[in-house]
Design a protein around this ligand. Sequence first.
Ligand SMILES: Cc1ncc(COP(=O)(O)O)c(C=O)c1O
Length: 398
Amino acid sequence: MSLFDKLQATADRLSEAGPGAVPFDTHIDRILSPTEVLIDGRRTLMCGSNNYLGLSFHPEVIAAGQAALAAEGAGTTGSRAANGTYAAHRQLEQQFAQLYGMRHAQIFTTGYQANLGIISGLCGPDDAVIVDMESHASIYDGARLSGASVFAFRHNAPDDLRRKLARQPDPRRCLVVIEGLYSISGDVAPVAAFADVCREAGAFLMVDEAHAFGAYGTNGLGRSEAEGALDRVDFIVGTFSKTLAGTGGYCVSNHDALPLLHFASRPYVFTASASPASVASVAAAIRVMGSEPRLRDRLWNNIRRARAGFIAAGFEIGETESPIVPVFLGSASRAVTFWRALLEQGVYVNLMLPPATRPDACLLRTSYSAAHSAEDVDRAVAAFAEVGRALAIVPTPA
Ligand SMILES: Cc1ncc(COP(=O)(O)O)c(C=O)c1O
């Protein structure tokens, strides 16, 4: 027995994957643009990022980050609790509060920490955190860190949540957590229906809009806005790392308790605050999102083009129209072989295996950006079709 026994399962899994590129550890030599990278010296089309509006190289976003880097330095070298809050941290919080029309906002150093910080800051051992079964790891980890009892309800099933809440001794001590758009299956939550169930029971609702932000709602605020449910959601959490092309996370709420988490949330208090460049580039990305609505139109054109192409080629894909289009392949060995063959063709997508999927429902997660051209989307679909035919997963046209 040794300390390292726990890692044996990981070592076994890596050796099972066989020779070739190592899944989950692809080395990118250089980033060429929001949609193209250099891998092993080959120009590779990126269809596995979350750069939904393609803002990572937007000139205003880059200029804002560069100016802040020069003016305020490379990092804050500590937490806000210890080293102080920069004016830009406060301004970005005001920008988020204004954007959502909510009284309070708090920013975090990563989206992961936003979930950890909000859930563990709000809930304690006498409370219950009730989460959608398919929740992101940061939601589960935040629930565990809180010491609260943790329950899961069936994915996207408000009726199952209702049953779970009915078993709670005091639903007012329950925080229900859902995501607006699920990052692997690409399906969206019925946010308004969940909000109704929570209201009925007296429970609190938190929606993680990490992937939905930028793509849905009149102002791009996510599924809560798209369903007209913003005023019935207690806490909205999101990340800077997808549409906003930065690093960090946020929470907005009308509850006056939120500002207390600046003092009571360990994943906020005991970590360094977001760097000046990150804060400034995100502030600029929010402005660009508001001033360039055509980016969202381009994203949706690409989504529809990709879906139509996959369906015509005979692939089984997710049912929901979203920036994430999962291509279902079945077994892990089939998914790994497919993923490697795509990389050989110069297309990078995300490989999804258990525990992120069921063992018989492994998939390749493809995602789209406003920065993709129609030709990029066609190229990705054509590469899929070629590999799919070679592996006899889709039919060869007569
Ligand atoms: C639903 C969800 N929440 C939170 C996070 C964490 O965000 P970040 O990567 O910015 O820490 C992710 C990231 O993948 C996510 O998918």
